[in-house]
Design a protein around this ligand. Structure first.
Ligand SMILES: Cc1cc2nc3c(=O)[nH]c(=O)nc-3n(C[C@H](O)[C@H](O)[C@H](O)COP(=O)(O)OP(=O)(O)OC[C@H]3O[C@@H](n4cnc5c(N)ncnc54)[C@H](O)[C@@H]3O)c2cc1C
Length: 446
């Protein structure tokens, strides 16, 4: 391991707030208002497993809605009875901003998982809880590409509402650039169709979405392709630790183009560095995310930290590498990951930074993430200080005017400016109007 770099409705009058909730209570109050396929359940850490158990929510009750309207009914019930709640979709959010305990309800929207393309395949309507794998598999069958993230297990909208980095970024921009409209359950418990005509809310949703409501479905752009258009060049180049500086410098020197269509030729500079392993090959659309499958493994503790970078500095990455080698020598830390993502950003930067609340569009060229991954809780405080140490190393040479983190990769201890950039004051204004009591308060609350 150490030697490789791998590239209302009804206020019940019951004082629920702060008291532990039971499924029986909620069932009695709510059941008759929900559709027949909705499920009210107790919390079960296996059935509702999260990607990381670090600072994970532990609700008293889990409700799986049977319809979009059910979500509105659940939100009304929660707000009328002052019950804290949290939406869970793919369960990959790793931030420490969740505060849900036994007095709260988890709205598990995984059941809203439909994927429907329009006749000419230029638009797809996806359920609010759909997984990336569902979108890709339906897209491949329909003959259309959709901008989603690079790991099949993640909630497609969880990723898109924070920005949405993914394989098609170079061609079509971020996830937020490809949203056409959403059905949104608002803080007042109504279900509304939100479109670009809803200027401020539309802007705020695309970058800070979870603060403004629950997206129960979304219309997203899709791109019809022939079967040859579903082919792309993928794989791993593995290098020995002695090549850290060369690899990093080569990444820094490479201008990623929207289409690196020549595959091996376009990445020749990396091949010339002499990887010890090269698994690159052409893959069809349903397999593009196969290489990231092990990253999807649920469970364990993964207190992750991330920074945006303008530049990659070989000396910094050598220090980070040495830190990594030392960290993974501790028993039980071997799955830990240092990740860096680089995309072609030309297309994404053809959209004005002010077009959405997604921050740092024109500033960040690379996202670096450190994921101390362990199973023994006794390693917790060491893991967090190691994660912060590596983050500081990167920040010191980020070449940015202010620290930046992609909201969906951030830890939760950053300032609002670090995750929302210069959008904080406008976001606060929209928040005051749309969710004045901040009932949607579990994800980098504004
Ligand atoms: C293995 C892995 C791979 C990743 N790959 C990528 C990637 O390729 N690209 C990328 O951009 N990001 C990626 N991420 C980051 C990812 O975007 C965030 O973790 C995201 O928040 C996960 O969404 P989720 O639905 O899976 O998680 P959840 O924990 O269910 O949701 C995260 C937050 O979003 C809210 N939320 C989710 N769905 C909705 C909705 N429909 N309406 C309103 N709020 C909602 C939740 O309430 C919660 O606050 C990855 C993360 C992991 C762990």
């Amino acid at each position: 391991m150490a030697g490789r770099i791998v590239l209302s409705l009804f206020a019940t009058g019951f004082a629920y707030a702060a008291a532990a909730l039971s499924p029986a209570h909620v069932n009695r109050d709510l059941r008759s208002f929900l559709s027949s396929s909705a499920v009210i359940d107790g919390y079960n850490a296996t059935a509702y497993a999260r990607w990381s158990n670090f600072d994970a929510p532990h609700p008293g009750v889990v409700i799986s809605p049977g319809s979009e309207q059910d979500v509105a009914t659940i939100v009304s019930y929660c707000t009328s009875n002052k019950i804290p709640f949290l939406t869970q979709s793919g369960a990959h959010g790793w931030a420490n901003t969740f505060q849900l305990n036994e007095s709260g309800i988890l709205i598990n929207i995984k059941s809203l998982d439909s994927v429907v393309f329009n006749a000419n395949k230029t638009e797809v309507t996806v359920g609010g809880g759909v997984a990336i794998s569902d979108v890709i598999s339906a897209g491949s069958k329909a003959g259309a590409l959709v901008q989603t993230g690079n790991c099949n297990c993640v909630g497609a909208l969880g990723a898109i509402l924070g920005g949405g980095y993914g394989n098609l970024l170079g061609l079509v921009g971020f996830g937020v650039d490809n949203l056409l409209s959403v059905n949104l359950v608002l803080a007042n418990g109504t279900l509304a169709n939100i479109t670009p005509k809803d200027k401020d809310l539309w802007w705020a949703l695309r970058g800070a979405g979870p603060n403004f409501g629950i997206v129960t479905s979304a219309k997203v752009k899709s791109y019809p392709v022939s079967s040859s258009g579903q082919t792309a060049w993928f794989g791993q180049l593995v290098y020995s630790g002695s090549k850290v500086e060369e690899v990093v410098q080569t990444i820094q020197n490479t201008t990623l183009k929207p289409k690196m269509s020549e595959g091996r030729a376009a990445f020749m500079a990396f091949l010339e560095l002499g990887p010890s392993q090269d698994t690159t090959t052409e893959l069809q659309y349903p397999h593009w995310n196969d290489g990231a499958a092990s990253f999807c493994e649920k469970g364990g503790y993964k207190p992750s930290y991330s920074v945006g970078l303008a530049n990659m500095h070989p000396t910094t990455w050598r220090q980070v590498w040495n830190e990594y080698v030392s960290w993974v020598s501790i028993n039980g830390t071997g799955n830990s990951i240092i990740l860096m993502e680089a995309y072609s950003l030309e297309k994404a930067r053809s959209f004005a930074p002010s077009s959405s609340s997604f921050a740092w569009r024109n500033d960040v060229n690379f996202n670096a993430v450190v994921i101390p991954w362990y199973y023994d809780t006794r390693l917790g405080s060491k893991a967090q200080s190691w994660g912060r140490k590596v983050r500081n190393m990167w920040r010191e040479t980020d070449d940015l005017a202010a620290p930046a983190s992609y909201v969906n990769f951030a830890h939760g201890d950053e300032t609002l400016h670090t995750v929302y950039g210069d959008n904080v004051s406008r976001l606060k204004k929209v928040k005051k109007e749309i969710d004045p009591n901040s009932v949607f308060n579990q994800w980098f609350e504004i």
